[in-house]
Design a protein around this ligand. Structure first.
Ligand SMILES: [Fe+2]
Length: 397
């Protein structure tokens, strides 16, 4: 079945991914270049090009540009600004690669490109003399260290992998998340396809190291009317220094949350923090290009408590029991985790993928051993918090 061709501009034609790839995900369009085949240069975009790209991302959540080998690394942050007039010119994870051993974000041994410090290099395997970086030993996550019940030897032998952590790219402390994330594939592992088994027994084949996406809009649609109302009225409070807090906590097998309470770091072992820098976000996020379409956006591993406001009276109810908070979030999120709702991007070298970080969840996958993988990742700090799909009412006095 041919894929639908969507709006065009002088530079771009937006083409929906094929129905076989899109399934029921609501995700995915390819951006075809009308005039050239080389890497894109945002400084040449006309206002019509920008508005077509902007809306295409709000409509499709993930945009794919093929054959972008040689793209200027500085072009990635310029592209990010298309979706964020309040963008601050710093990677949302900070000016430098996170090196604090207390943070799980330091475990992948990533680096920043010397010529473009907002480009984070992530992946797997050893690299020498890469773009001015003398040596990198990049680490992809492995089920053995990540899941409470890791893949067994038998499951690994039959090519199974898992979702690791469904998340948005969000520091959850001090720095606001980027509206979009961009990933450029430089080196893609050449391994046989792997597969993920879902809780209902269904299986999904995917490329080793594929990045998986779920639409927060689809997740919201699958909630009951009562759950939708709850999501629209609730704010999710994240834990102080959430990534340091869960650094020794193991994930559920589906990557949605933390398997049990009690493995969190003690407060005194966290880096210094104060509540005014700890972030809380709406449970249902506003999509500026589709204002009627709420997106359920929860970082299940990092939740701390929930605050629900009655829209009629403004009365606030707080749930601060950690097990109950996690259970509620998990029940709301798990419905969507089915093969028909997951878009797994099959990376080709040269791909540039831009995703709506305020509209989708993503997870890495793959058992890569020592096989090389190298990606550039950019997600720029925003100056503005995620907006609620429904503004929180003010208490009636
Ligand atoms: Fe991520």
């Amino acid at each position: 079945m041919p894929s639908a061709t969507l709006p065009t501009s002088p530079l771009f034609t937006i083409q929906s991914l094929s129905p076989e790839l899109r399934k029921e995900t609501l995700i995915g369009a390819e951006v075809l270049l009308n005039t050239s085949n080389g890497p894109i240069d945002p400084s040449s975009f006309k206002p019509e090009d920008i508005s077509v790209l902007r809306q295409a991302l709000y409509d499709n959540s993930v945009l794919v540009f093929r054959k972008q080998q040689g793209i200027d690394p500085l072009a990635l942050e310029k592209l990010a600004s298309i979706w964020d007039p309040d963008m601050i010119n710093v990677h949302s994870a900070g000016k430098d690669q996170v090196r604090d051993p207390r943070s799980i974000l330091s475990r992948n041994n990533g680096a920043r490109l010397p010529v473009a410090p907002n480009v984070q290099v992530i992946g797997n395997g050893e690299f020498r003399d890469y773009d001015g970086i003398e040596y990198m030993n990049l680490r992809h996550v492995d089920s053995a260290e990540f899941h409470a019940q890791p893949l067994t030897g038998e499951e690994l032998a039959e090519g199974q992998t898992r979702f690791y952590r469904w998340h948005q790219d969000a520091p959850l402390y001090e720095n606001l998340p980027g509206k979009v994330t961009l990933i450029h594939a430089v080196v893609v592992p050449k391994l046989p396809d792997q597969k993920i088994k879902f809780q209902d027994g269904k299986e999904m084949n995917l490329q080793a190291g594929s990045t998986a996406f779920i639409s927060g809009a689809k997740a919201f649609q699958l909630l009951t009317p009562e759950e939708q109302e709850f999501a629209l009225n609730t704010t999710v409070q994240y834990a102080p220094r959430a990534y340091e807090w869960i650094r020794n906590a193991k994930a559920t097998s589906d990557g949605l949350g933390i398997a049990k309470v009690g493995e969190e770091a003690r407060e005194e072992d966290l880096p210094a923090w104060s509540w005014d820098k700890v972030q809380a976000f709406p449970m249902a996020w506003h999509n500026p290009g589709r204002p009627q379409q709420p997106h359920l956006q929860i970082l299940g591993c990092c939740v701390h408590s929930l605050r629900t406001t009655d829209p009629k009276t403004g009365e606030v109810t707080v749930i601060d029991d950690l097990a109950e908070t996690r259970r509620i979030c998990y029940e709301m999120q798990r419905k969507v985790v089915k093969p028909e709702h997951v878009y797994a991007h099959h990376w080709e070298e040269g791909d540039l993928v831009i995703f709506h970080n305020y509209g989708v969840w993503h997870s890495i996958t793959g058992q890569l051993g020592s096989t090389q993988r190298l990606m550039w990742q950019v997600t720029m700090r925003s100056g503005k918090e995620p907006e609620a799909a429904r503004p929180v009412p003010v208490k009636v006095q």
